[in-house]
Design a protein around this ligand. Structure first.
Ligand code: NDP
Length: 331
């Protein structure tokens, strides 16, 4: 096939990483079992890292980022995945060292391909993307450990970011009270749209729990998306048998904690990985997100961008200035 397609290519020019929209051909993609025409991708913090030349995410450039993609199968060499089927790919190596969803086509192993849940449009699937899957896994981590809405407030950090805002939206949809920890003064998103019950600034939250091995019990559970002192603050301030999930390290990858929250309060710290979890586990969360866990505000918290708008947006996300979700629409 001679098909040409557009993609955002990141390459190193004189030691500087640049992002340019270019025409590629299918021969530029890796040889894999399933070729997909991508309709939407979504933009995550990890994409911003890949697009900035972060070798911890992407080892070889030129590279097309995009850890999420949804679209239709164009060619498949495996029986169970049919041509024209709507499918979803998130995580694994997509957009890291395998050409990702910021291109109009991707070529991936069959094991990465998930059928699009019937209750989802392609666009809705990307409203969630990896951020939503991670939010879903975090909420599920609380529920599976006995945190019901009656147990008390849930504190969520990185509240205006992708994982944070979607975690809040899902929790509110399920009837939980939510306290948002945020570095931004964004009452419109947090109060008007996401309807959080309280906002605590990042500085206040950090100062409140710093330098103490344990603090007053305040929250039933926490969903942390940033790491560092905010994560340790959550461990110190959740109730007896409280649960805290952690998935990200935008603030710090260090965790400074004593063992007191664990041995005196039975607190559980649950690590969340959305990348290498099994396809079955992913499908379970996708099915919940497309039905009982689907919040009403998805469209409201999401901005749609074009390939040409991506370079500026990726720079903004890298600086920690994400506001809600962003999806990329291919033509
Ligand atoms: P976003 O860029 O969408 O949001 C991150 C948010 O974190 C920002 O909007 C901001 O929210 C807050 N923030 C930014 N800088 C800092 C800082 N220096 N200190 C404290 N908070 C800060 O990212 P995502 O939601 O896509 O991802 C969040 C984290 O989760 C990332 O570290 C990402 O790598 C990780 N992740 C992990 C996954 C996994 O499988 N384990 C999957 C997906 C993401 P506010 O201003 O409201 O505080």
């Amino acid at each position: 096939m001679e098909t040409k397609f557009k993609a955002l290519v990141v390459k190193e020019v004189d030691g500087v990483f640049v992002k340019v929209v270019e025409n590629l051909t299918l021969a530029d993609l890796p040889a894999n079992e399933v070729l997909i025409k991508v309709s939407y991708s979504s933009i995550n913090y990890k994409d911003a890292l890949s697009a900035s030349g972060n070798k911890g995410v992407t080892k070889k450039y030129p590279h097309v980022p995009g850890i999420d993609a949804v679209g239709k199968v164009v060619l498949s060499s495996v029986e169970e995945i049919k041509t024209d089927a709507p499918v979803l790919v998130t995580g694994y190596d997509l957009g890291m060292n395998t050409s990702g969803g910021f291109g109009e086509y991707i070529s991936v192993p069959a094991a990465w391909v998930v059928p699009l849940p019937e209750a989802f449009t392609e666009q809705e699937a990307m409203y969630f993307g990896t951020a939503g899957l991670t939010a879903g896994l975090s909420v599920s981590g609380l529920i599976n450990n006995g945190i019901t809405p009656g147990k008390g407030e849930i504190v969520v950090s990185g509240a205006t970011g992708g994982v944070g805002s979607l975690s809040i939206a899902i929790l509110k949809h399920l009837g939980y009270k939510v306290v948002a920890v945020s570095g931004k003064n964004n009452a419109k998103l947090l109060e008007d749209t996401l309807k959080v019950d309280e906002i605590i600034t990042r500085e206040e939250f950090t100062a409140r729990y710093d330098n103490r091995p344990l603090s007053k019990s305040e929250f039933a559970a926490g969903i942390d998306t940033v790491g560092g002192k905010i994560l340790s603050g959550m461990l110190k301030s959740v109730n007896y048998n409280g649960v805290v999930t952690c998935c990200g390290m935008i603030a710090s990858s260090q965790l400074d904690t004593s063992i007191f929250p664990f041995i005196l309060r039975g607190v559980k710290l649950i690590g969340i990985d959305s990348v290498e979890i099994s396809k079955d586990a992913k499908m379970q969360i996708w099915n919940l997100l497309s039905t009982a866990w689907k919040p009403d505000q998805l469209k409201e918290i999401t901005q749609e961008v074009s390939l040409e708008e991506l370079p500026k947006l990726l720079d903004l996300i890298l600086l920690g200035n994400a506001k809600g979700r962003y999806i990329l629409k291919h033509n």
